[in-house]
Design a protein around this ligand. Sequence first.
Ligand code: XMP
Length: 512
Amino acid sequence: MQEQIVILDFGSQYTQVIARRIRECSVYSSIEKYDVSAERLAQLAPKGIILSGGPASVFDDTAPLPDRALLRLGVPVLGICYGLQLLAHYLGGKIKQAQKREYGKGSLIIQKDSPLFHGLPQTLQVWNSHGDQLLSLPRGFESVAITENSQFAVIQDLKRQRFGLQFHPEVIHTLRGKKVLDNFLRRVCRCGKKWTMRHYVDQAIGEIRERVGEEQVILGLSGGVDSSVTAALIHRAIGNRLTCIFVNNGLLRKGEAKAVRQLFGRNFKMSLQYENASAAFLRKLQGITAPERKRKIIGETFIKVFQQATARAGKAKFLAQGTLYPDVIESVPIAGNPAALIKSHHNVGGLPKKMKFELLEPLKRLFKDEVRRLGKELGLPKEVILRQPFPGPGLAVRILGEVTSGRLRILRLADAIVVAEMKANDWYYRVWQSFAVLLPVRSVGVMGDERTYDYTIALRLVDSKDGMTADWVKLPHELLERISTRIINEVKGVNRVCLDISSKPPATIEWE
Ligand code: XMP
């Protein structure tokens, strides 16, 4: 049987982050609801159990309480934050109810030997979550470490292999937190380093097959990382019972439609339904200049086109989507809470509820970098896996004002030069986004003996971690010069190139 850790979820924002850290330690973990029975746990035969944090207090009438019998399974237990309070509550410690919860960085001073802190310095920066506080230790426990606010920041019962942490080892604000978890996995639970992305693929394929049975699945393929990896994974599981619908909205970059059809249709041999709806989109966008109106029209048109396409695709029970974990996590209203850092900016869902499909979201547990690794495992090329983000409304939000076929032609050519030069000079994969924007203002220039009166292209080159904030990239002048010269020489209709040197905030990355 495969070694596994079971995480009991008490409603913490971080439960999936704990699972992710355990995956990073090459160990398999599964998440169970907090009230799973001890019998079921015994069947799973975990090498260890982690009690997650959670927003409740053990004093709440509705406090989530696990099956006490889990403490009799003889399996090592690690309680984090609320999980520590629970251990204490069940095992006879004294807890003081807190009036309010506080979050913050703290210094942990380790005072006793513990397998959890093997190989770590005596003082650690940790991210605390001060909810209720432990006043006295439960039977058999000792205090291992303190913070300025707590004598019992870490507790352990070595004999019974039970541990409690008041801080969150899974968040990045706890420096070396992963090492603490790794120590629990290896030194306490005796797990090996056996779990890899290969196993993840096998497991996900098994789950997809079981859920889908003999039914059909459809997927809206955009060519972006998430939908591409979803397509490759489901295709590997059920072959051509997956139909991918690729809508060309006429707002794609140069060569994009062809590349998607080639990769998925020809190379992967997927059943790919290509819907060229360019004309419909362009017609609807005629005369529209307000950014939000454009977005709305594009969104609505997409849904209509997609609905018609699904009707043609035949009877499918499932609609697959490349939803990632950061897309599903709720925002956290507490200022300074690091969970906010893992929330993604733009949610890509948005198909109407009345579409009668069951959703299939095989990436729902993963973070972006894990999706990229999964894509690599599935044989997707670097160009897809490491692609820069591209907005759903496409080039429409990079043409200021009205979108016309003439302007699209100009922007496509200019953008292709930016991408080609960034790739050729090894910059493309080093930045978050690099693209061209078409400004609908005309200025005077000279070309040869002729006076020109043409459009301006702005270069937007930004660095970012998550799209929430961004800095403009200081590209070498020679490369900027080359991009500018090529655009002006090769793209008819452009006689000026400008560089956008604004950061986000207050500017946004896209110009609309
Ligand atoms: P902004 O312009 O808000 O962009 O600074 C942040 C990130 O989000 C992308 N973006 C979008 N993605 N639909 C999308 O799917 C949209 O309407 C959209 N608008 C912006 C943008 O490319 C950047 O990565």
